[in-house]
Design a protein around this ligand. Sequence first.
Ligand code: SF4
Length: 68
Amino acid sequence: MQSNDPVAEKDRTGLCASCQHARCLSHPRGGDSYWLCTRSEADSRFPKYPRLPVLVCDGYETGKSGVD
Ligand code: SF4
């Protein structure tokens, strides 16, 4: 189940929660949301759906938050 608590969501997600390359998507059948890394479209080093939490990432760029 998706948390409405932004702090809990950041803990679950890690860096993607505040990365400009992340998109938070809702699961079509409910349950946890999941995160898509748009860097994966042009750079195969990045997984399309990162395993969470992402704690270290060379592609991280702040500037957008999906949960703030
Ligand atoms: S670049 Fe890294 S931190 Fe940013 S969305 Fe992709 S996997 Fe997450």
